[in-house]
Design a protein around this ligand. Structure first.
Ligand code: ADP
Length: 606
């Protein structure tokens, strides 16, 4: 524990001022709990105190104290909350810090809030005096040097709440200056729900920003507010100010879209949400019931006068009232994004690259808004430069006349996709192909199956309907037939079929998936999820116009049992596997050996 504490103190040292933010935020939570207790508990026995946070600082004595009239702590809470620092949040913070290295502290502190222990950055010894709000609660004094053990004793204290005090360390003396603390409070806590008094003067002035008219809020206020509620260090990418007055629900909301995705989305989205207020009183932090999972990137506050304060958890989870709010918010956010996509494509692009994967997951979970979500999809495209994104609508609008399919190909990088033999036909004929590089797209696009009456198809499957005039509709010659039969014979166990290709231009052969099989990227993912997954057999398409194939026909006519033919077939097939990154282990060795044999023969025949 000592070591952990040292690391915390050391790694946070670049921002020791956050100790104040953490103490204020704890005091604020405690006040909120007390206020709700007072408003909802009929047997409330706490004193009718004013809810406020008092801070006293003295530069002559270097002393500091912060006092709240909040809920306070019972003895065991005091021990559990402050007695152990190996709490999960702290440990995760450290692990992440180790991974990211120093320099990333500021952002991480924002995401974790290492809490009370940050006071040991500025003080050697800290005293906490507290009394719980419950009737007949006793008061306690807790004292600790941080690194060593703590002591706890019973004391006399009249009001419920908590007081924390200490003397600043030598190298933290700057914080005993009143103006310095004033600046920090303005920076981090300007929107606190309760008055913060510094040496008896109220510092925070702004309060419930979401209750102001949107025309009366400035950008800098909004940015500051966002940082206050999220602990993010960056300004948000955008915000939505809502005032809804309806028959069923009335609410005001101030929602934000962050500029950057968090380091661990999954964790973040499980824990974050929009704060729920009832008439300016915080009811629930990070209320998850307010938004569908796929919109969890949204942060902010929602304040309604329709919700009773003593709202039960079940009520907030999925009561009709919450569902109504959720539907309205979803609708507004999707409209907002659609607007961005149309009018501020650069912003939308930033948003999409950060939160696109999450947003897309809604297509498979929210059938009511499925069509709207589909309009929000963006992809790279063979007709556009790297990094440029297109929508399905754009694709559909510029599709060639008579083209009733939307084509896509999936893979890790654009560069690799451009080189795939299956792209040749489309490139030659200027037919647009969407490049899918986000693995989630593979779960989304095939499921959409149709857009604007055009079937969505992977170009790595056998059943694409190439435009009739482009098809090479020559009757299959006898010799071609026999040659394909030879391919089939040699490759019996390895492929599903061998067919003449209508799409290859420069390559001799390519592998495609059967129309009922998954295409390659999908299979790659199945393999990642299940080691024992076996790929389905592919169809080998052969380009009859290719010089190598033509040469093989000549050889076949001269001597249909020439052993070289079999070698060529194997090498063409394995070459196609190689291109797909599927030539593994001893197959690769066999392949190279055969290539060398063929080269040897070519060299010696000269
Ligand atoms: P966090 O606030 O992230 O939970 P902290 O280390 O800051 O972590 O605080 C631990 C816990 O101690 C809080 O969750 C809260 O229950 C309790 N606590 C801290 N400060 C106060 C306070 N001023 N009044 C009442 N309880 C408090």
């Amino acid at each position: 524990m000592k070591q952990i504490l040292k690391i915390i103190i050391h790694s946070l040292y670049t921002h020791p001022e956050i100790f104040l933010r953490e103490l204020i935020s704890n005091a604020q939570d405690a006040l909120n709990k007390a206020r709700i207790e007072q408003l909802t508990n009929k047997n409330f026995s706490g004193t009718e105190t004013s809810f406020e946070i008092k801070i006293q600082v003295d530069s002559k004595t270097n002393t500091f104290s912060i006092e709240d009239t909040g809920i306070g702590m019972k003895e065991e809470e005091l021990i559990n909350n402050f007695g152990t620092i190996a709490r999960s949040g702290t440990l995760e913070f450290l692990e992440e810090l180790k991974k990211k290295g120093s320099g990333s502290e500021a952002g991480l502190i924002g995401q974790f809030g290492v809490g009370f222990y940050s006071v040991f950055m500025v003080a050697d010894e800290v005293v906490v005096e507290t009394k719980h709000i419950s009737p007949n609660a006793k008061a306690y004094r807790w004292k600790s040097m941080g690194e060593s053990d703590f002591t706890i004793e019973e004391i006399e204290k009249s009001a419920h709440g908590t007081k924390i005090y200490f003397t600043f360390k030598e190298n933290a003396k700057e914080f005993s200056e009143e103006y310095r603390l004033e600046n920090i409070i303005e920076k981090y806590s300007n929107f606190a729900d309760f008055p913060i008094l510094l040496n008896n003067k109220q510092i925070n002035k702004i309060g419930a920003l979401w209750r102001k008219k949107s025309s009366e809020t400035s950008d800098s206020e909004l940015n500051e507010f966002y940082k206050f509620i999220t602990n993010d260090t960056e300004d948000p990418l955008g915000h939505i100010h809502l005032s809804v007055e309806g028959a069923v629900v009335n609410f005001k909301a101030l929602l934000f879209i962050p500029k950057e995705a968090p380091w661990d989305m999954t964790k973040w989205f499980n824990e974050k949400g929009v704060h729920l207020y009832s008439n300016k009183i915080l009811i629930q932090r990070e209320c998850k019931a307010l938004l569908p999972d796929y919109l969890r990137f949204t942060r902010g506050v929602l304040d309604t006068i329709d919700l009773p304060l003593n709202v039960s958890r079940e009520f907030t989870q999925d009561g009709p009232f919450m569902i109504k709010i959720k539907n309205i918010l979803t609708d507004k956010i999707l409209k907002f994004l659609d607007d961005w996509a149309a009018k501020e494509p650069d912003k939308y692009k930033i948003f999409y690259s950060n939160f696109g994967p999450l947003l897309k997951s809604g297509i498979n979970s929210d059938y009511t808004n499925r069509d709207k979500l589909i309009e929000l999809l963006r992809f790279e495209s063979s007709l556009k430069g790297k990094g440029e994104l297109v929508s399905l609508k754009e694709y559909s609008m510029r599709a060639k006349s008579g083209q009733n399919e939307i084509y896509y190909i999936a893979g890790d990088s654009r560069e690799a996709l451009e080189k795939r033999p299956n792209m040749e036909y489309f490139r030659k004929n200027d037919i647009e192909v969407l490049y899918l590089s986000d693995p989630i797209d593979m779960f989304i696009l095939p499921g959409i199956s149709e857009y604007d009456k055009k079937i969505i198809k992977s170009i790595e499957k056998e059943d694409i309907s190439l435009k009739p005039e482009e098809k090479i509709e020559k009757p299959e010659s006898a010799i071609n037939k026999s040659l394909l039969a030879l391919f089939k014979e040699v490759l019996t166990d390895r492929v599903m079929d061998v067919v003449e290709s209508k799409r290859l231009v420069d390559s001799a052969v390519t592998l495609v998936a059967g129309k009922d099989s998954m295409d390659r990227e999908m299979e790659k993912m199945m393999k990642m999820m299940n080691k024992d997954y076996r790929s389905s057999k592919k169809i080998l398409e052969v380009n009859m116009e290719h010089p190598v194939i033509k040469g093989m026909s000549q050889k076949y006519i001269a001597n249909s049992s020439d052993p070289l033919l079999k070698k060529y077939v194997l090498n063409l097939y394995e070459g196609a596997l190689f291109v797909d990154g599927e030539l593994k282990g001893d197959m690769a060795a066999d392949y190279v050996r055969r290539v060398n044999e063929i080269m040897e023969q070519a060299i010696s025949s000269k």
